[in-house]
Design a protein around this ligand. Structure first.
Ligand code: ADP
Ligand code: XUL
Length: 521
């Protein structure tokens, strides 16, 4: 039976999912949290920096994690020779800077870890990731050069966005012009990991490329005006944008020797973690809204034609199954929930109980604005968690209401800022690490007044990658794959309580007024 491997290089971990596509079975599900590689000093996937706006990761961490992950799969008895095709996903927007294409380097040796052999290839030691927020100036410059943010939205589906790759490239060029000059190729996280796996210069998937402020959604190619506005001679440094069903190469001999892949195993272009999750959730046709509760919280849905957010916070990316997807991203997702849980001394089981048993919708008037790190939706550059309520609540002495408060506020902002993607959804699909928390799903169902479903597989992004490999290499159609892998878990359906509707309408209005005071103009 043909097996397919999906990889997901996300913010805090690298995961693998192996599927037996025809039999509808998950053969292996393995993950390496970056906290398990302490030598890279990135327990949450990025390096500490004195400037809180700067969030960079060491790309070699991802290479080291890939080796640990493949080693673990082997140890668990997964026969990688049975893999007929590989694809993958990466956290979006992050960029990796190389002195030379990987295929121009001498054959990789087996006597030293790969990340050590790749170190000299980096023209920039670190990769800015999507949490980085340091490029406001560059965003203004790029927008001004092309005639304003409205023009950027028209061409790329998003205004100039701090975490997007174009502004990040511009900042690098301005701050380190010599290192920029020494850069031959600039990759997204997705195309970097695919390049490593194939030892080639892998192209960029258009769907993920749409998160760079560089791709023209009409031509599906780099926009000459934006490329010119971003940095000199950028065109020659960007990989080609290709459709999502492109086979970009085969697994490199190094991985064949070390981990037992069959020679010439095909690799399908890697995409962004959100487009990949759209596939993993079986949500590639319009009508279902996905809420992904990972490091970031995202809300997204398939759409046939690009539609843009009138408030300017949302984005348009490519849908791997054809057409486009809308996406809204909230930086204060899991890390904000974790901060609250830690501050009031709750583990996740306690956090869940606090919501389901110890508090009630509306939280007796308590409100907590969830802004611990700079937020992109809405734009808040000077974040501070804001607490409104009685004295016990506002001094963090009420753990149960703190837990409910952060989740209620997050769900309310998700609803408010996703209203443009197509009315009130009847059905939501939840994924990501925090979707295993029933308390969180309950609040989301009540706030959206919609049924929340969850899939059996937790890692939708890695699953989406494996399914894309099966669709392209195995020529299996989407309906066949979704029926087998993306059916919601019938045991997890959270139905909204209709009596909570007015409570959340009132609370939503209060929250909007508070946000109005806090958000940048
Ligand atoms: P990413 O793909 O962005 O790296 P994941 O989707 O793997 O993130 O989610 C990781 C996050 O899930 C952790 O930061 C943690 O806060 C959260 N998480 C895990 N289990 C629970 C739980 N039971 N309740 C709430 N949050 C959880
Ligand atoms: C989407 C975004 C994040 C990253 C990390 O625009 O920035 O969702 O893809 O998951």
């Amino acid at each position: 039976m043909a097996h397919y491997l999906g990889l997901d290089c996300s913010t805090q971990s690298l995961s693998a999912l192996v599927v037996d596509a025809e039999r509808g079975k998950i053969v292996a599900d393995e993950s390496v949290p970056f906290a398990a590689l302490p030598e890279f000093r990135s327990p949450h996937g990025f390096l500490e920096h004195p400037d809180p706006r700067i969030k960079h990761a060491d790309p070699l961490l991802w290479v080291a994690a890939l080796e640990v992950l493949l080693g673990r799969l082997r140890q668990r008895g997964v026969d990688l020779a049975r893999i007929h095709g590989v694809s993958g996903a990466g956290q979006q927007h992050g960029s990796v800077y190389l002195r030379a294409p990987l295929d121009s380097t001498p054959p990789w040796r087996d006597d030293a870890p790969l990340h050590e052999q790749l170190a000299p290839l980096l023209s920039r030691a670190t990769a800015p990731i999507w949490l980085d927020n340091a490029t406001s100036e560059e965003c203004h410059e790029i927008a001004a050069a092309v005639g304003g943010d409205d023009e950027l939205v028209r061409v790329t589906g998003s205004r100039a966005i701090e975490r997007f790759t174009g502004p990040q490239i511009r900042r690098f060029f301005k701050q380190e012009p010599r290192a920029y000059a020494a850069t031959a190729e600039i990759h997204l996280v997705s195309s970097f990991v695919a390049s490593v796996l194939t030892k080639t210069s892998a192209p960029v998937d258009r769907g993920d490329g749409a998160g760079m402020n560089l791709l023209d959604l009409q031509t599906l190619d780099w926009s000459p005006a934006l490329v010119a506005a971003t940095a000199p001679d950028l065109a020659s440094r960007l990989p080609r944008p290709v459709p999502c069903d492109t086979i970009v190469g085969t697994v490199a001999p190094y991985f064949v020797r070390r981990y037992g892949f069959a020679p010439r195993t095909p690799v399908v272009v890697f995409t962004g973690d959100n487009p990949s999750s759209l596939v993993g959730m079986g949500a590639t046709t319009p009508g279902t809204t996905v809420i992904s509760l990972g490091t970031s919280d995202t809300v997204f849905a398939a759409m046939e034609r690009p539609r843009t957010d009138p408030r300017g916070f949302g984005h348009v990316f490519g849908n791997p199954a054809g057409g486009f997807m809308s996406l809204i991203c909230f930086a204060n997702g899991s890390l904000a929930r974790e901060t609250v849980a830690r501050r009031v001394g709750l583990d996740w089981a306690g956090f869940e109980r606090a919501i389901l048993q110890d508090t009630k919708p509306g939280n007796d008037g308590a409100l907590l604005l969830p802004y611990f790190v700079p937020e992109m939706t809405p734009r808040i550059t000077a974040p501070q968690p804001l607490l409104r309520g009685d004295a016990a609540f506002t001094t963090w002495r009420d753990p149960a209401r703190s837990a409910r408060a952060i989740v209620e506020a997050q769900a309310l902002v998700m609803r408010r800022y996703s209203d443009w993607i197509g009315g009130t959804p009847e059905r939501l699909l939840a994924t990501g690490g925090a979707s295993s928390n029933q308390g969180i799903l309950r609040v989301i169902a009540d706030v959206f007044q919609a049924e929340v479903h969850r899939l059996r597989v937790k890692n939708a992004s890695a699953l989406g990658a494996a399914l894309r490999a099966a669709q392209v290499v195995g020529q299996l159609d989407w309906a066949f794959l979704f029926e087998r892998f993306a059916a919601p878990d019938p045991a997890v359906v959270v139905r909204p309580a209709p009596e909570t509707r007015p409570i959340y309408e009132e609370m939503g209005a209060r929250l909007a007024a508070e946000i109005h005071r806090l958000a940048d103009r």
